[in-house]
Design a protein around this ligand. Structure first.
Ligand code: AMP
Ligand code: GLY
Length: 423
């Protein structure tokens, strides 16, 4: 089978490495891929949002199956466009990807179907939002409606900060049209859990749970990033919590989307907060998380391509999805200065023995050698029997990778480990 993967980050690298395990796969194309992915797939210089070029490539190269990994092409209708030329895809159509593409949509969906989430109000003009904020409880959370590269959420600790957020989103348009509508919601507290799930629109199969570390620096300080590391499973996500989430959140969401005529197929990501009043949805993503994928897929024992095709064909109920009873830890190595200003172009050395554990996110090939080209450069994942072992091994592997200006958090998994020891 000829497979096309849209995207070019660490998540896509993890998907590609797993897909390669299937013996029927003859060729994998990554659009655009990256310098590290080039070791495992044929990278083609077509941007993940260039849907006409993606479709043309799929047609010319007789692609058998496409995996659309990032949010933008999904929201823009990449799956719809590929299906229109007869290419089956992993991923939701645009009318279902809206669950991530519009926070107003997802909040209204949860309200209509009684799915637990933070209380909220929607605003389409700055004056009413500012008026509401005059006596709203503080802290409060302000979210741009549309996609904003993961930056569209502001936790306002003071009333001033809340006013500023509204001004910057709705008047200064820092997130462009994504901030034309905003959601202002209740500030929730509790441990966060990411649960990715496979779904064919009828059946939902949660994957092993995970925990992201979003802040740039140790002890959850510094700016929000795309994610600096992950562990799986997440010790806060006990069997009881899992059961409650399945009943109150996962199944109701899949059914709600189907009832709305927006059947969701692919990977639905539940960003959950385990509040004192029970698990609540913080966000939905219409895709695999990054860097959650880099710890979840290494623990998947079943064949990924088989499971993916079952979500497309509507046969997920008959498909085995099994995870190893082990632990994984992924440490992201970034360029110093990320998520703000950083330099690029430094050569990267990765020992041969470490390569299978590395998922490359931001690196390019220059004269055949790998050089840094992004903020998050690569992730290093270790799988071990215990969480402690996985963390130790991941950091040992990180020590073998070298590039100038490398920086990473030193405490990935620390909180999870403490939670485990306290239980
Ligand atoms: P998002 O960009 O939607 O992933 O949100 C970024 C982060 O903001 C989440 O991972 C949470 O840590 C935090 N967050 C979002 N909504 C809330 C909320 N209602 N209460 C507290 N924290 C929140
Ligand atoms: N790790 C969070 C995300 O993929 O959105």
């Amino acid at each position: 089978m000829k497979i096309l993967v849209v995207g070019g980050g660490g998540r896509e690298h993890a998907i590609i490495k797993k897909i390669k395990e299937n013996p029927t796969v003859t060729e994998i194309f990554a659009l655009p891929g990256n310098g590290g992915i080039a070791k495992d797939a044929t990278c083609v210089n077509i941007g993940a949002k260039d849907i006409p070029a993606i479709v043309k490539f799929a047609e010319e190269n007789k692609i058998d199956y496409a995996i659309v990994a990032p949010d933008d092409p999904l929201v823009l209708g990449c799956v719809d466009a590929l299906e229109a030329i007869g290419v089956p895809c992993f991923g939701p159509r645009a009318n279902a990807a809206i669950i991530e593409g519009s926070k107003v949509f997802s909040k209204n969906l949860m309200k209509k179907y009684g799915i637990p989430t933070a209380e909220y109000e929607v605003f389409s003009d700055a004056a009413s939002a500012l008026e509401y904020l005059k006596d709203a409880p503080i802290p409060t959370v302000i979210k741009a409606d549309g996609l904003a590269l993961g930056k569209g959420v502001i936790i306002a600790e003071t009333r001033e900060a809340a006013f500023d957020a509204v001004h910057s989103m709705m008047e200064d348009k820092v997130f462009g049209e994504s901030g034309s509508n905003i959601v202002i919601e209740e500030f929730l507290t509790g441990p966060e859990v990411s649960v990715l799930s496979f779904t064919d629109g009828k059946t939902v199969v949660p994957m092993i749970s995970s925990q992201d570390h979003k802040r740039a620096h140790d002890n959850d300080t510094g700016l929000n990033t795309g994610g600096m590391g992950t562990v799986a499973p997440n010790p806060y996500y006990t069997n009881d919590v899992a059961k409650e989430c399945m009943e109150k959140i996962f199944v109701p969401t899949i059914n709600a989307m189907a009832s709305e005529g927006r059947t969701f197929k692919g990977c639905l990501y539940f960003g959950l907060m385990l509040t004192p009043k029970g698990p609540k949805v913080i966000e939905y993503n219409c895709r695999f998380g990054d860097p959650e994928t880099q710890v979840v897929l290494p623990l998947l024992e079943s064949d990924l391509l088989t499971v993916m095709r079952a979500t497309t064909n509507g046969t997920l109920a008959e498909c085995e999805v099994k995870f190893a009873k082990k632990n994984a830890c992924c440490v992201i190595m970034a360029s110093d200065g990320y998520p703000e200003h950083y330099e690029k172009g430094f050569p990267i050395t990765i020992p041969e023995a470490t390569l299978p554990s590395v998922y490359v996110a931001g690196a390019a090939l220059k004269d055949g050698a790998l050089v840094t080209s992004g903020g998050r450069v690569l992730g290093v994942t270790a799988v071990e029997d215990t969480l402690k072992g996985a963390i130790e091994s991941a950091y040992k592997l990180v020590g073998t990778v070298d590039f100038d200006n490398a920086f990473y958090r030193h405490d990935i998994g620390k909180r999870a480990l403490m939670a485990k020891e306290n239980n």
